[in-house]
Design a protein around this ligand. Structure first.
Ligand SMILES: [Zn+2]
Length: 277
C-alpha cells in the first residue's frame, strides 16, 4: 500500500513524464476520482470534475512536492492535491497501448498518456489554488518523516503517551508518511517490540528509532525508483522487498526465528519475537 516512499516515487515519475510542457488533453473516467477535499470517500466527488481538470490545461504541470503520503502537483496558479489512498499510482503508457485496469484519469501528451490508476477507489485528486497548496498538504499533519525527520527527543515528545509505539508511528497528525508497512519495518530495524507503550521506551530506544526511520524510508525509495510501482496487495507474483512485512512464519533475516503477527487497531503487525523485545 502507498506510504511515503510510494508518494515520493509518484512525484518523481510525474516530474519525469510531464513537467515543463502543456498537456494536450485530460480524460476523466471515474468522476469520483476528483473530490471536493482530500477524502477516501467516492461520495465526496467534486461537481464538474471534468471542468476542473480541463481548467488546469492552460499551464504546464510542474515538479510535484510531497508531504508525508500527500503530493502537491502545481499547474500554474492552480494545483492538484493527490492522495494515493490504498492502491493509487501513476503509470505511463503509449497512446496505442491498452488502457490499464482501474484507470481513473489520463493526461495525454504526444505519443504518451499518464494514467492515475486506483483499484480500491480510496485515492483522489483535489483541485486547489496554488496559493493554498502548502497549507492543504500540511493540514492535520505533523512533520514529514523523511525530509523533516525528528531526533530522538523530538520523536519522544511528538509520540508521547500510552499508545503502542507501532500505532503511534502511524498517526499522521504526529509524524507524516509512515503506515502499516514502514512502521513494522522501522521497529524491526530498531529492535523494538511493536506493542511497547510509548511511555515505556527508553531514551536510547527513541534515539535508535529516530535514526532508523529515515534510513528505512530512503532504502525503500532507492529500491523502488527504477520501475513501475506494483503493490503486494495487487496479487500475482510480486517480490517482497521487506524484512518482516507479509512474512509470517518465515525466518527472521537476523536470527531465523519465525516472524510472528499480532493485530493492532485492526491492522496486522509483523515482527520478530526474538529480536524485538
Ligand atoms: Zn529475529
Amino acid at each position: 500500500m502507498p506510504e511515503l516512499p510510494e508518494a515520493e516515487i509518484a512525484g518523481r515519475q510525474l516530474h519525469r513524464w510531464l513537467s515543463g510542457q502543456p498537456v494536450e488533453r485530460v480524460e476523466l473516467l471515474d468522476t469520483a476520482a476528483v473530490r471536493r477535499e482530500l477524502s477516501t470517500k467516492p461520495s465526496m466527488a467534486a461537481a464538474k470534475g471534468r471542468d476542473l481538470l480541463n481548467g488546469l490545461l492552460g499551464a504546464a504541470p510542474e515538479r510535484p512536492v510531497r508531504h508525508g503520503k500527500r503530493l502537491g502537483w502545481p499547474w500554474g496558479d492552480k494545483a492538484l492535491l493527490v492522495h494515493l489512498g490504498m492502491s493509487g499510482k501513476f503509470v505511463q503508457r503509449r497512446i496505442d497501448e491498452e488502457r490499464p485496469a482501474f484507470a481513473r484519469i489520463g493526461w495525454f501528451r504526444g505519443e504518451h498518456v499518464v494514467w492515475f490508476v486506483d483499484q480500491r477507489r480510496f485515492a483522489c485528486v483535489v483541485v486547489v489554488d496554488r496559493a493554498d497548496l502548502d497549507a492543504g498538504m500540511r493540514d492535520g499533519h505533523g512533520p514529514d518523516a523523511l525530509d523533516e525527520a525528528l531526533d530522538g527527543p523530538g520523536l519522544k515528545a511528538a509520540l508521547k503517551g500510552k499508545r503502542a509505539i507501532k500505532v503511534a508511528l502511524m498517526d499522521q497528525a504526529k509524524l507524516a508518511g509512515i503506515g502499516n508497512i514502514q512502521a513494522a519495518e522501522a521497529l524491526f530495524k530498531a529492535r523494538i517490540d511493536p506493542r511497547t507503550a510509548c511511555s515505556a521506551l527508553t531514551d536510547r530506544q527513541w534515539d535508535e528509532l529516530a535514526r532508523v526511520i529515515p534510513i528505512q524510508l530512503q532504502e525503500v525509495i532507492d529500491g523502488e525508483d527504477a520501475g513501475e510501482i506494483v503493490y503486494m496487495t495487487e496479487g500475482g507474483e510480486v517480490d517482497n522487498p521487506f524484512a518482516v512485512y507479509k512474512r509470517e512464519g518465515e525466518e527472521c533475516p537476523v536470527c531465523a526465528t519465525p516472524i510472528a503477527t499480532i493485530e493492532q487497531t485492526g491492522r496486522t503487525t509483523y515482527f520478530c519475537p526474538q529480536c524485538q523485545r
